[in-house]
Write a protein that binds this ligand. Structure first.
Ligand SMILES: CC(C)(COP(=O)(O)OP(=O)(O)OC[C@H]1O[C@@H](n2cnc3c(N)ncnc32)[C@H](O)[C@@H]1OP(=O)(O)O)[C@@H](O)C(=O)NCCC(=O)NCCS
Length: 261
């Protein structure tokens, strides 16, 4: 739980240009000490890129794709999963095969590799994170005033988190709610438990003006975890949780096919 930080705001070293991004994906061995975060808007890929991404999907993903009723949801899923498979192909030099954890977290079944990844998408914006030898979880949410229901706070947050949320000035509540929620969700995605996790067993700092922090409330959990916030798009909050020691984040922008890969 060291090195609390915001990625993508002021630390320009985190943000890679095209040439640097190309070099990064050919240096999979460095991922051990790094986390690569790709941010992609669903509307970035051209129609030929979309066709290419569609060709990468598994039968299960194709089936899920056919189930989406709106053009936006269809495109968001296609780009998320197409870019994920394309990038894993670049990192691994072979097309990946996934397995699903007990609670649905995708991981690599083939090739045998210590590379780990996670993705999140919300209202047309997509983030994908890659590293090695670490558990990883990433979450992005668009600010949505309708989702902020104080009656739900005790279900989602610990008593201390509820108190912190309720004491925020009203103009910070939307920001505070989604900061706290993405931090909590990034952690339950890193553990792989998803919504089956006990949301009362850990807590995060809620006030967006305070340093970001993750506190485990159960002594049994001895894993070292690091929580970071991500400043990616206006009106979105995002958070990243990884296990293990210090790492160097790299934030990479755009459809990777536009980087010429
Ligand atoms: C994981 C979860 C918290 C994500 O919630 P969300 O905010 O709606 O979605 P996000 O966009 O942030 O993340 C979704 C992605 O996380 C990944 N994911 C799915 N289950 C996950 C889990 N348990 N842990 C971590 N990541 C997971 C997938 O890549 C998924 O992408 P997809 O929905 O396009 O296939 C929620 O969907 C969940 O708890 N799922 C578990 C369901 C379950 O228990 N399944 C058991 C039977 S398989």
């Amino acid at each position: 739980m060291s090195d609390p930080r915001t990625i993508g705001q002021t630390d320009q070293d985190d943000v890679k240009d095209t040439a640097a991004a190309l070099a990064l994906v050919t240096q999979e061995q460095n991922l051990e000490h790094e986390v690569h975060i790709w941010r992609v808007s669903a509307d970035a890929p051209t129609s030929s890129h979309l066709r290419y991404y569609a060709g990468l999907l598994s039968d299960v993903e194709e089936e899920r794709l056919r189930g989406f009723k709106t053009e936006e949801a269809h495109r968001e899923f296609l780009v998320s999963h197409g870019v994920l498979r394309h990038l894993l192909g670049l990192y691994l030099n072979v097309a990946p095969v996934f397995s699903l954890g007990q609670y649905g977290k995708p991981a690599l079944a083939f090739p045998k590799s210590s590379l780990t990844f996670n993705l999140s998408h919300s209202h047309g914006e997509i983030v994908l994170a890659f590293t090695k030898h670490r558990h990883i979880g990433i979450d992005i949410e668009m600010h949505d005033v309708l989702a902020v229901d104080p009656a739900m706070f005790p279900t989602l947050f610990t008593p201390r988190e509820c108190r912190e949320l309720q004491s925020l000035p009203s103009e910070l509540l939307l920001n505070g709610f989604f900061s706290a929620w993405t931090r909590k969700e990034a952690f339950i995605k890193a553990t792989g438990l998803g919504f089956s996790a006990d949301l009362q067993s850990f807590e995060v700092t809620v006030d967006p003006r305070e340093p970001v922090e993750l506190r485990l409330l159960e002594a049994a959990n001895t894993e070292q975890w690091q929580l970071s916030t991500l400043d990616l798009w206006a009106k979105y909050e995002a958070a990243l949780v990884v296990s293990g020691g210090d790492f160097r984040p790299h934030l990479i922008d755009g459809d990777p096919l536009l980087h010429g890969k």
